[in-house]
Ligand binder design. Structure first.
Ligand code: NDP
Length: 443
């Protein structure tokens, strides 16, 4: 049996109750197989076994008091997965679906994503099963302060630098940062995604969505295409979805649908982003409210956004939101490119279907790397005690995304799988981390 197959079997056996983690490892190891098996050093040094086992997992109790005076308890996690090329780096997710499996899959993906950015960042991820929906500001603050009271023992600007993710935006990062500062009496770049008045970077808010569209733009350009005049469907209505939509619109594309976890809106005239931002960023409302201000728009409860006809699909909500049936619908309707703004939004089966049908598919670890890339730039600015302009950061972000595209497409060609960006991203991300691990001995 090949080395990669043997390690994959062990991972499946040892983590049998962690389906999302197994899914992420299966995708990576399967596509690495020919490359890894032709480099015997990796097996001799146990690189894959070490890569698939987090360096450290911290799990903790998060007690807090709600507005009625009741004591609530949530689970807290930080998975410090791999520090071969830099301090652990990766977001915090607050969502009721959060489990160890979800955090491990996200941390594992983060290792390769961070490597692809070219910046010195290891992989980590954390979060809680806390649900911020419907909570008052005071409840959010109480939760964040309790969460950080434990997390602060395990992070630091040269050790582990968390950021936001689903359910953790500017407000939560602010409360987390305030508590870290209070506990440690230090003002350091220990979190990214900070507010602009206390060490945040311009363009961080836009970075993941813009970065997604920049890498897709480059991929389209190199295939004789562009966003100009194309119909685009974007799922989600959060940070990534909003700024992906904004950049598509700036490049002349027409976004006709967006969603949240309750349903989706279709607007044949093109999404009015000001309306979405007012609902989601200001009022923290539901996407269904969109139809109140747009006369031709319709709202559909539940799933189904991928049945809308489009040229380009950008899943930007959550894991496994695009399954095999969705992929078939996209293919039938002539969709020719899919870019993952979210982490692992496409199931393994759906990815295979898209690739078999020659849909250009850019996986999340490359396509959504813009967020962590600008987080890396935020760390640099904090260390240098400086701040760059929006234009400077935006230019660096674009350069990074174009470089990522070139490196994943070059590697795909080198291994004889032109346009297989899954293989390209996995090998390109893996190589740097694995080579650093080989040089650092058995640690
Ligand atoms: P937000 O919390 O800002 O937004 C998430 C959006 O997705 C919301 O509109 C949410 O709807 C929707 N959503 C969540 N779960 C589901 C579901 N089961 N079905 C349909 N819609 C759902 O998160 P982000 O935009 O930051 O993150 C989105 C994705 O992008 C995640 O996979 C994240 O890991 C990934 N990502 C984010 C980065 C960042 O910088 N923020 C960086 C790289 C990747 P509702 O309001 O109903 O919950």
């Amino acid at each position: 049996m090949s080395y990669t197959k043997r390690v994959l079997e062990e991972v499946i056996k040892k983590n049998s109750n962690e389906p999302e983690f197994i899914q992420a490892v299966t995708e990576v190891l399967t596509s690495l197989q020919p490359y890894v098996d032709s480099h015997p050093d990796y097996e001799k040094e146990g690189v894959l076994e070490r890569l698939c086992e987090p360096e450290r997992i911290v799990m903790f109790r998060v007690p807090w008091v709600d507005d009625s005076g009741k004591v609530r308890v949530n689970k807290g996690y930080r998975v410090q997965f791999n520090s071969a090329i830099g301090p652990y780096k990766g977001g915090l997710r607050f969502h009721p679906s959060v489990s160890l499996s979800i955090i491990k899959f996200l941390g594992f993906e983060q290792i390769f994503k961070n490597s692809l950015t070219g910046l010195p960042m290891g992989g980590g991820k954390g979060g809680s099963d806390f649900d911020p929906k419907g909570k008052s500001d005071r409840e959010i603050m109480a939760f964040c302060q309790s969460f950080m009271t434990e997390l602060s023992r395990h992070i630091g600007p040269d050790t582990d630098v968390p950021a936001g993710d689903i359910g953790v935006g500017a407000r939560e990062v602010g409360y987390l940062y305030g508590q870290y500062k209070r506990l440690t009496n230090t003002f350091t770049g220990v979190l990214t995604g900070k507010g602009l008045t206390y060490g945040g970077s311009l363009t961080r808010t836009e970075a993941t969505g813009y970065g997604l569209v920049y890498i897709m733009e480059e991929m389209l350009r190199q295939h004789g295409q562009s966003f100009e005049g194309k119909t685009v469907v974007v799922s989600g209505a959060g940070n990534v979805a909003i700024y992906a939509t904004q950049k598509v619109q700036q490049l002349g594309g027409k976004v006709v649908a967006m969603s949240d976890s309750d349903g989706f809106v279709y607007d044949p005239d093109g999404i009015d982003l000001a309306v979405v931002k007012e609902i989601k960023e200001v009022r923290r409302g539901r996407i269904s409210e969109y139809v109140d201000s747009r006369k031709n728009a319709t709202y559909t409860k539940g799933r189904g956004i991928w049945n809308i006809k489009c040229d380009i699909a950008l899943p930007c909500a959550t894991q496994n939101e695009l399954n095999a049936d969705d992929a078939k619908a996209l293919i039938k309707n002539g969709c020719f490119a899919v870019g993952e703004g979210a982490n692992m939004p496409t199931t393994l089966e759906a990815t295979e279907l898209l690739q078999q049908n020659k849909v250009l598919f850019v996986p999340g670890k490359a396509a959504n790397a813009g967020g962590v890339a600008v987080s890396g730039l935020e760390m640099s600015q904090n260390s240098m005690r400086t701040s760059w302009t929006f234009e400077e950061v935006d230019r660096k972000l674009k350069d990074i995304m174009v470089n990522i595209y070139n490196s994943i497409s070059t590697v795909a060609k080198e291994v004889g799988q032109e346009d297989n960006f899954v293989v390209g991203a996995n090998i390109a991300g893996f190589k740097k981390v694995a080579d650093a691990m080989l040089k650092q001995g058995i640690v």
